[in-house]
Design a binder for this molecule. Structure first.
Ligand SMILES: Cc1cc2nc3c(=O)[nH]c(=O)nc-3n(C[C@H](O)[C@H](O)[C@H](O)COP(=O)(O)O)c2cc1C
Length: 338
């Protein structure tokens, strides 16, 4: 089976790569990921808050961080996650580039237009092959409407497309009112890829201590479905390539991701739990599944279950909603012997 794919204009051996995470803070882990067959390396994000905090000498004061921004704070459950400041991040881009033969995709989470622009330029100069823009926004402002939230994404991508030559991927959250419209507008601006989706880390509440408790739970395959639907809706309708991020734990999850339309599949929780070797198992298991089912190539499989091509498009649309609800009632009644 020909596993090759094209993502962000980059020719890759196969679609499977580690997604943004601290795995790449450690150069040995990066080497092990490459040995396990990673087709690209995605770095964790450089966070603009982190840069500002370093300047203010506050890098380890999570309390301040948490109060100042709900967006990035949740990515930092442990002070250790601040390990790479901006200079070290840029050095790490160069170091990883020097160590591996596969493309290196850096990631940036800005908060101001100057931050996005300035650090995107520096990351490009450091030698990254592509840049993933991590738009992680938690709406808390009663006066900011959805259009304004989307406008910020659009404006930043427009400016970056004008100034940065390396390919840009946009990592989105699932919570936009109209994902297809936002995706289409990003596509029109020339975004090279879309990553579906970011995960939101929702703090728990400790009712005794009256404190919020940062909760970073790793994913399960249950998170895949939201991504499959998003991909299936967009697949085949945009110029931008598509990556799935979230919920891939078994080879069959990877098969579903490609069938829904993924050009690339990013994996994090599985690798954090089981180590870089788990990537090789996904690649092998995916290939074995494809060969068993007589697929010649990834491109033959890609998008075969997209909204525009799958035999039951209603499954992705509203029509199925009523049927699903009713099917539960029937199943329950049958189980109760009615
Ligand atoms: C510990 C940890 C750190 C992460 N750091 C980043 C990050 O810096 N930037 C980013 O865009 N996503 C980050 N993510 C999100 C992952 O890239 C990915 O989108 C998410 O975990 C879903 O994929 P999974 O189900 O394979 O874990 C992080 C996830 C984890 C668990």
């Amino acid at each position: 089976m020909n596993l090759s794919t094209r993502y962000l204009g980059l020719d890759l051996r196969h679609p499977f790569m580690p997604g943004a995470s601290p795995l790449v803070d450690d150069i040995d882990a990066v080497r092990r990921l490459e040995d396990a067959g990673a087709s690209a390396i995605v770095m964790h994000s450089l966070f603009e808050e982190q840069i500002e905090h370093e300047r203010e000498g506050l890098a380890h004061h999570l309390g301040v961080h948490a109060n100042s921004s709900a967006e990035a704070a949740s990515y930092f459950p442990e002070p250790a996650a601040f390990a790479l400041g901006p200079d070290r991040y840029l050095e790490q881009v160069a170091r990883i580039k020097a160590q591996v033969g596969v493309p290196v995709i850096a990631s940036l989470n800005g908060t101001t237009p100057e931050g996005w622009l300035g650090y995107a330029r520096l990351i490009e100069q450091a030698g990254a092959d592509a840049l993933e823009l991590n738009f992680y926004h938690v709406a808390t402002d009663l006066l900011e409407d959805g259009a304004a939230v989307e406008r910020r994404v659009i404006d930043i991508v427009a400016v970056l497309k004008e100034t940065i030559a390396i390919p840009l991927a946009v990592k989105l959250s699932p919570f936009y009112s109209s994902l297809p419209n936002l995706a289409w507008r990003l596509d029109q601006l020339g975004a090279d890829g879309l990553v579906l989706f970011n995960r939101f880390y929702q703090p728990d509440i400790d009712p005794e201590l009256l404190e919020t408790v940062p909760a970073l739970r790793l994913s399960t395959s249950a998170e895949l479905h939201l991504r499959l639907r998003g991909l299936a809706i967009l697949s085949g309708r945009l110029q931008a390539s598509l990556a799935l991020s979230g919920g891939v734990h078994e080879p069959v999850d990877a098969v579903k991701a490609v069938m829904a339309g993924a050009d690339a599949v990013q994996i994090v929780s599985l690798l954090l739990r089981r180590g870089p070797g788990a990537l090789a198992q996904i690649v092998r298991g995916f290939e074995a599944w494809g060969e068993e089912h007589e697929y010649d190539s990834v491109s033959q499989m890609r998008g075969s279950m997209s909204l525009s091509r799958c035999p039951d498009p209603e499954a992705f649309e509203r029509g199925n909603y009523v049927r699903i609800l009713q099917s539960w009632r029937r199943t329950e009644q049958a189980a109760a012997g009615h």
